[in-house]
Write a protein that binds this ligand. Sequence first.
Ligand SMILES: Cc1ncc(COP(=O)(O)O)c(C=O)c1O
Length: 425
Amino acid sequence: MISLPLVPSEVPLLDVPEDERPCYLDSAATSLKPKAVVNRIAQFYAFENAPVHRGVYELSAKATDLYEQARQTVGAFVGASAESVVFTRGTTEGLNIVARAWAEERLGAGDEILVSPQEHHSNFLPWQELAKRTSATLRFLPLNADGTLDLDGSLDLIGPKTKLVAMAHVSNVLGIENPVREVFAAAKSVGALTVLDGAQSVPTRPVDLTDLHCDALTFSAHKMLGPTGIGALVAQTDVLEAMTVYQTGGGMIRTVAVGGSEYLDGFHRFEAGTPHAAGAVGLAAACDYLDSLSYDGETGMAAVAAYEHDWGQYAIEQVRQIPGVRLIGPPGDHEAEGGIVALQMEGLHPHDLAVLLDAQGVMCRAGHHCTMPLHAHLSADGAYPATSLRASAYVYNTLADADRLAEALHVAYTALTKRRTVSAD
Ligand SMILES: Cc1ncc(COP(=O)(O)O)c(C=O)c1O
């Protein structure tokens, strides 16, 4: 087992002299990659690379085995069988596949799609577009003032017209878990399809498809120590069987003829073209690596969740003491809160703040974080801009990184107030 937090020698970007080590706090956007994953991908390209599902020679058969073993590993990581796993380019593509291949031909006028304004644009726009194309109605699950889901109000919206409910498991701004199990159980009771955006949850906590009453789950490898350009749509096999083709091309056909063509069943049907085999192998290596972590008596993803929670609570305590800081979201004692801290600083645009932090070696994301409706909701009183600064930690961040963040915020605030005093003189 490898104890959390990871030591810098595990992660090439952090494996530099201490005074040069970056304070990387943008893992909710994309994570750093440990040596184990980088080396596994390099090994594939160096010694195992061959077309998968296309060659009869041994090297190709071995690459195919590795690709299919990766499917097994990725499925098991979220409590599903290999047959449930479609490799995609990431969360966004998985959500678009469900909108196009499952929902488009089933929905029509009078049907309702439910989604909340808290969602990342990737789990918002496909449903907005779907509503336009099918004439179904897009309805919005209500939020509380702090951006969290209003559970009772949400359950009230679910009824016989509800055909699809899509929700993020964990918000990429608030860092807290949504009450997915309750909402999805209600959605299933009226026969609706339940779609889970696992972009922020699969990297940070144990996720089990069936336990959450989830029909389809999507996530991205690059947020969980894996490579970019690969992710998975994991769906109940009856849902996959009910889906129409999304893209057509090589690798997904049974026969092709001038008079008409037939396609393969199951996940094969959704993987047209030469697949990203090295990416799949890298994603599986990331799953294995995450499973090998330990913290405070926990192992695997339970260890990651416990560590993220402790880091987040510590960071919130440090940051809330800095003058001028307004934390976004629920108060920092939320038990389902992970390692994301979003904030605004009085009198300073988040972009300017991020530049001031970067000058001190602290890397944070600034802007709307692909959640314009959520930021509009959070800034409805007009007191702050509809943007924020987001610090997000992962398994390699230490509590000292949270201290560095707080110090850097303090320096930024001091510089700002000094400038204000000078200009007032
Ligand atoms: C909650 C959430 N959903 C979806 C996405 C989109 O992920 P990707 O860009 O990897 O497809 C992100 C990425 O930031 C996210 O945080």
